[in-house]
Design a protein around this ligand. Structure first.
Ligand code: HEM
Length: 202
């Protein structure tokens, strides 16, 4: 699918992130392979399991970053692991089965708030494509947004507003921190893509 990203001034950090991760977005979008017309419940469940295996340890790490709630004041409302859990239960997994899912150990460096924001750029950006994915899941598998496709339906009508709040925060960061944010975003894309690829080979 062609991603025509929303436009912002080329001088902002958000615009820089979009430009400097465009190649990696294309790669992960291709790897996710969820938009196929013959999407099966099994394939969708496997995908959510891999998302869980990346987001669960990542969210824990993000929670521990000093200054995260200053750099991203609404960080608490951006947590998504509970939505993945809800979807996996709707797909038939028990809580024990979810707790036993493989978890990614190769996570991006998250030593400071700038790196955390770069990582959040990626995980929050996934909600934009999520709008398209949740519509496709509803059409092919008949899952409702609150049960079965809660994760990809993150924020519902508030999706655009949540994205704007994040990009506004990014755009107020001091120039000296920008490169660190971009590096963290690229690293997050790469580690997540690798993790998803490994899941397909299991
Ligand atoms: C089939 C899977 C995917 C599709 C169809 C898709 C599609 C899209 C679309 C249409 C946008 C632009 C939305 C807008 O401008 O309003 C977007 C943005 C974005 N997506 Fe995806 N996406 C997918 C997967 C992912 C994944 C797995 C990630 C990361 C884990 C991701 C990260 C991002 C980011 C960071 C942006 C924001 C780009 C910007 O700076 O404007 N996407 N995606």
């Amino acid at each position: 699918m062609n991603t025509e990203f929303s436009s912002t001034s080329t001088t902002t950090l958000a615009a820089r992130l979009r430009d400097e991760t465009r190649d990696l977005h294309a790669a992960i979008e291709q790897g996710v392979d969820v938009m196929r017309p013959d999407l099966s419940q099994e394939r969708y469940r496997n995908l959510l399991q891999r998302f869980y295996g990346f987001y669960a340890p990542l969210e824990l790490r993000l929670e521990g970053v000093a200054g995260i709630n200053v750099a991203c004041p609404d960080f608490a409302s951006r947590k998504k692991v509970f939505l993945l859990t809800r979807d996996l239960i709707a797909l038939g997994l028990t809580t024990d089965a979810i707790n036993s899912l493989p978890r990614c150990s190769e996570l991006p460096d998250l030593a400071n708030a700038a790196q955390a924001l770069g990582c959040l750029y990626v995980t929050e950006g996934a909600t934009l494509g999520g709008a398209i994915i949740s519509r496709h899941v509803a059409a092919t598998l008949r899952f409702a947004t609150d049960s079965g496709s809660a994760f990809f339906s993150s924020y519902g009508e508030q999706r655009g507003a949540m994205w704007k709040v994040l990009t506004d925060s990014l755009n107020t960061l001091p120039v000296a921190q920008q490169t660190e944010v971009v590096v963290a975003a690229r690293q997050t894309f790469i580690f997540f893509t690798t993790w998803l690829d490994q899941g397909r080979r299991i």
